[in-house]
Design a protein around this ligand. Structure first.
Ligand SMILES: [Fe+2]
Ligand SMILES: [Fe+2]
Length: 238
């Protein structure tokens, strides 16, 4: 569907919910300032309207067409960091401020949003630490181990006995994140949007299940592909 510069920002987001994130990135207010035309809103934010339309229309790439069962482990860890860790960090930050906005506007009538906010804050702390441990300790170890195996060298010194130990810890943390996602979904009746919800509320309930879907895909890549392949590689090298 072609995007008209004369249509209002609100109409644009309602017809294309994914555009909300792009508009936010450009600093375009699509909630309270939603009645402006796209052209006016872009002028106010001092961004060329063509650039905004281009970003909204950009097709979503599908990098997961890759067969991760056969790719190098280092390629998989890079993919996880660049795609999923980056998205998770960006969304944790964005959704925290969106939650604060929705709680202050609707918290009185919808106490469940405040409960979602507190679950989300806990999840934020956990995931931030979790991704740091993967990026600073576990993933570099996996990459070094693979390089050693490829070069037929002995395995790099392992500070955790066997790689199975940190893997077990990461998998327990994944379970905890999965519980938090389930609790948020239960609190919100699977993100059912109340009739009187403003656009921020609607965007929050669109973005939380998208965050959940991405985290599911991310955990799948680690639990079901990266970790079993890492354990196998370590066992074969001993
Ligand atoms: Fe991860
Ligand atoms: Fe993880």
């Amino acid at each position: 569907m072609a995007i008209e510069t004369s249509s209002t920002v609100r109409e644009l987001v309602l017809a294309n919910p994914a555009a909300a994130r792009t508009l936010e990135k450009f600093g375009i207010d699509y909630c309270c300032g939603g009645s402006k035309s796209l052209a006016e809103a872009c002028a106010k934010a001092s961004v060329p309207v063509e650039q905004v339309i281009g970003a909204i229309e950009k097709p979503q790439s599908n990098p997961d067409a890759r067969d991760w069962q056969t790719a190098a482990l280092g390629e998989l860890t890079r993919h996880i960091v660049e795609k999923h860790h980056a998205f998770t960090r960006e969304e944790l930050k964005r959704l925290k401020s969106l939650l604060a906005k929705v709680v202050s506007a609707h918290g009185a009538n919808h106490p469940e949003v405040a409960r979602v906010q507190s679950i989300f804050h806990e999840l934020d702390k956990e995931l931030t630490m979790h991704m740091m441990k993967e990026e600073e300790i576990l993933f570099p170890y996996i990459e070094n181990m693979e390089a050693a195996v490829n070069a037929k060298r002995s395995l790099p010194p392992c500070m955790f006995g066997t790689v199975q130990n940190p893997v077990r810890m990461m998998m327990m943390e994944h379970d905890s994140a999965g519980d938090a996602l389930r609790e948020m979904r239960a609190e919100t009746s699977s993100y059912a949007v109340p009739a009187e919800a403003c656009l921020s509320y609607q965007e929050l309930y669109r973005a939380l299940p998208a965050f959940e879907a991405d985290l599911h895909e991310h955990i799948h890549l680690e639990n079901n592909i990266l970790f079993p392949r890492t354990i196998q590689m370590e066992e074969a090298a001993f």
